[in-house]
Design a protein around this ligand. Structure first.
Ligand code: PLZ
Length: 448
């Protein structure tokens, strides 16, 4: 093999040998600026040479701690051995026939795995796509055909993608929607449960959601309610206990398809195969992407067989959906998750991060809340003593971490959430070091 090799054997260390970004990254950034559309941006323009375990090695020889996982994708780590082996084998056998033209077993096996792993013991079926947004679009198509209804209900702070329908379903205007309308119609937004901001318990918040649906849409018009069990881009919002179950129950009582968008929260990220499990919710349909294939583009809709089969033959598909190489990657990733018990590992990561962040919150009153599950953890940054969002401080904290070699991300409707999404295979020592860096950056910023 030529070129650098990533994977878990990369030294699991933070090592800075140049400023961030270094000279070679800056050179590449100049080339990029000349030819890559500026609408596509990067959080941290260090150019990647290799990655694995919990680190990213850049082209200048810096090794950064990865608390992003490419936005919750490389849960099994970059270049995970089972993923690499199965992909290499598949690439050498055949790369594409199109499942709609001549099928292959990898697609079927991924559907077998996903119908087993998603919540509930009822009969399930699955269909494969390329991206999260495409999975959400298809869940809506399936729900509309199954119900014969058109309305789609989504919630405040939701993120579902960047295609026309999923932009309409996404709550936040900037940067996702600004100037891109007109958007798909028949999408209605209801309030959600955001305990830090609304102080409502699960039942109260669900009653508020349901009231808006009843008054503004009418349950008989609703094909589906689509909701992230933990709202991701919207701010790592964990709805109050009982909220999801109450909304799911309302859906079921009214012939509405309850769709859990588990694209960010699924596949071991929160310490369960799917975050719905923490709330004992069995969704009708589940959208899956990101972590499922160790970094290759693959997405799925998995759900009740009778709903999935409502669509006429030929109604679902696409040239690349369930590409054999992406399916091989998914089978490698799922094997890794099972072998290494990454659900258990995510729970260990939760304990480590929550205890370190709770400690930090005592010294640093701008941390309004520490929340999340598994390896999907965040801090909400506010003006001390209030719940007023402080996005500027959140981005200074994130930038400080970047300069010190820790790749963090922000999120949230108000841009004031600092989130931590490490690969589930990142060792404890690295996570502690990342938390040490965050602690130093926080105190440096408050001493000023
Ligand atoms: N649903 C819950 O988190 C993708 C988006 C990053 P795609 N989240 C990261 C960005 O700025 O584009 C996501 C998600 C949930 C759907 C999606 C969309 O998944 O694979 O990006 O289309």
């Amino acid at each position: 093999m030529t070129g650098p090799v990533g994977g878990p054997d990369l030294p699991q260390e933070r090592r800075l040998v140049t400023e961030i970004p270094g000279p070679r990254s800056r050179e590449l950034q100049e080339r990029r600026n000349a030819v890559v559309a500026s609408g596509v941006s990067s959080v941290l323009p260090i150019y990647v040479a290799a990655a694995g375990g919990g680190v990213i090695l850049d082209v200048d020889g810096n090794s950064l701690i990865d608390l992003a996982s490419g936005i919750a994708v490389t849960s099994v780590g970059n270049a995970a051995p089972h993923v690499v082996a199965r992909v290499a084998e598949q690439v050498a056998a055949f790369t594409h026939t199109c499942f709609m033209v001549a099928p292959y077993d990898g697609y079927v096996e991924v559907c077998e795995q996903l119908t087993e792993l998603t919540p509930g013991t009822h009969a399930k079926k699955a269909a494969l796509f390329n991206s999260g947004a495409e999975a959400v679009e298809n869940a809506v198509k399936i729900a509309r055909v199954h119900t014969g209804r058109t309305a789609v209900v989504v919630v405040d702070h939701a993120y579902h993608g960047r295609t026309n329908l999923t932009m309409a379903m996404t709550a936040k205007n900037m940067p996702y929607k600004e100037g891109f309308g007109p958007f798909a119609n028949e999408v209605y937004r209801a309030p959600v449960s955001y305990p830090f901001r609304d102080g409502l318990d699960g039942q109260e918040a669900a009653a508020r959601t349901i009231d808006v649906i009843e008054k503004q849409v009418g349950s008989g018009n609703v094909a589906c309610i689509v909701i992230e069990p933990i709202l991701g881009e919207g701010g790592f919002i964990v709805p109050a206990p009982g909220y999801l179950a109450a909304v799911a129950e309302y859906a079921s009582a009214n012939g509405i398809v309850f769709v859990a968008d588990e694209i960010q929260s699924g596949m071991c990220r929160t310490g369960a195969w799917f975050a719905s499990e923490h709330e004992d919710v069995v969704p009708d349909l589940v959208t899956v992407a990101k972590g499922v294939a160790g970094g290759l583009p693959l997405a799925a809709v998995v759900g009740r067989a009778e709903m999935m089969d409502a669509v006429h033959p030929g109604g679902l598909g696409g040239t690349y959906g369930g590409n054999p190489v992406a399916c091989a990657a998914a089978l490698g990733a799922i094997t890794t998750m099972r072998e290494q018990d990454l659900n258990k590992r995510a729970i260990e990561i939760e304990a480590l991060l929550i205890s370190r962040l709770a400690e930090l919150a005592i010294q640093f009153p701008a941390i309004g809340e520490v929340r999340g599950r598994g390896a999907m953890i965040a801090i909400e940054i506010v003006v001390p003593g209030t719940n007023r969002p402080d996005a500027a401080l959140a981005s200074r904290l994130s930038a400080g971490c970047h300069q010190a070699g820790v790749l963090t991300l922000t999120c949230g409707t108000y841009g004031n959430i600092l989130r931590f999404l490490p690969p589930l295979v990142a060792p404890d020592a690295l996570l502690h070091e990342a938390m040490d860096v965050l602690t130093e950056v926080s105190s440096a910023l408050t001493q000023r």
